[in-house]
Design a protein around this ligand. Structure first.
Ligand SMILES: Cc1cc2nc3c(=O)[nH]c(=O)nc-3n(C[C@H](O)[C@H](O)[C@H](O)COP(=O)(O)O)c2cc1C
Length: 302
């Protein structure tokens, strides 16, 4: 494969701009039989906390028109088990690993970041300050500029790795949050996380999710995500990684044109685990046919 798709996001160089989104591709290893993990621009692994988390009670996912609602609640194996059981196999598979991290305080974010600094094979950290499905941390950091900057600064000071900060679409001043995390030292910004929604089963009159509300993802949120990438690209100079309902090349190109330097494929991988691979192949052909690189498209909406 040529390197026509290679992209640089600040200090982070990726073989191509197509990553898989956190929480929608497990730890990557679950898909090893179907997908050559080394071909992905990066794997944002399921959000990792210092200690294992059981997540929320079921039911925690439900289908919606053009999308899904989830309230997993950041179930994960915890830092130690991830590093012991998953990282060696991810390294062997040649995967570019982006560790998505979750903490309930700036101190916890810093401790996780410092621990990841020692782990060989981690390409970058993605700081999740935008999960809508947890009582502490998550969106509580991402909703306003000051706590978002505090979490970013804590991670920045604790690690030498490139730091990607993942924004919440629910911040009322998204541009302000983006500027705050950029000033606090983020190398890149990823957006968007899910948008809170609710589905009610009218026969039982109960919400479909045990937590009552959850995060909406999939094509239903794509136009909102494209608009947010477009606006944040105008607010900051740091590179952006766009996501929200991307299923095919056309969707991915919209995000590049809106101002994203790279994209993530999320919910689409549930329907087709090879969705990201198809987009990589189609993007390569698109670029070769036109004699361009992905960077030539970034922010070029007219
Ligand atoms: C089941 C599920 C679990 C998720 N878990 C995480 C997570 O652990 N950390 C995180 O930052 N985002 C998480 N997300 C959000 C996705 O990474 C992504 O931001 C969002 O789903 C929008 O992209 P999509 O519409 O392509 O799915 C999760 C999404 C889903 C659907």
């Amino acid at each position: 494969m040529s390197d026509i798709l290679a992209v640089t996001l600040g200090r982070l160089r990726l073989a191509n701009p197509v990553l898989v989104a956190s929480g929608t591709f497990g730890y990557g290893l679950e898909y090893e039989d179907m997908v050559d993990l080394s071909r992905l621009g990066g794997i944002c692994v399921k959000g990792i906390s210092l200690l294992p988390r059981p997540g929320n009670p079921p039911p925690r996912i439900c289908e919606t028109p053009s999308g899904m609602l989830n309230a997993i609640g950041l179930e994960n194996v915890g830092f130690e088990a991830f590093v012991r059981d998953k990282m060696p196999r991810l390294r062997d598979a040649g995967a570019t690993v982006v560790a998505n991290i979750y903490g309930t305080s700036a101190e916890e974010f810093a401790e996780l970041a410092a621990r990841f600094d020692e782990v060989p094979g981690v390409a970058a950290l993605e700081v999740n300050i935008s999960c809508p499905n947890v009582k502490e941390g998550g969106m509580h950091f991402g909703a306003r500029p000051e706590p978002a900057a505090a979490a970013t600064r804590a991670v920045r000071e604790a690690t030498r790795l490139p730091v990607i900060v993942k924004l919440s679409p629910e911040a009322s001043d998204l541009g302000g949050v983006a500027k705050a995390v950029a000033e606090a030292g983020a190398d890149a910004i990823s957006l968007i996380n899910t948008i809170r929604g609710m589905v009610i089963d009218v026969s039982t009159r109960r919400p479909r999710l045990a937590t009552r509300t959850g995060g909406l993802s999939g094509p239903a949120i794509r136009p909102i995500a494209v608009r947010m990438v477009y606006e944040v690209a105008r607010a900051v100079d740091v590179p952006l990684i766009g996501m929200g309902g991307i299923t095919c090349l056309d969707d991915a190109l919209q995000f590049l044109l809106a101002g994203a330097s790279a994209i993530q494929v999320g919910t689409a991988s549930f329907a087709d685990p090879r969705a990201a691979i198809h987009i990589i192949d189609d993007l390569e052909k698109y670029c070769i046919d036109r004699g361009i690189r992905p960077a030539d498209l970034v922010g070029k909406v007219v």
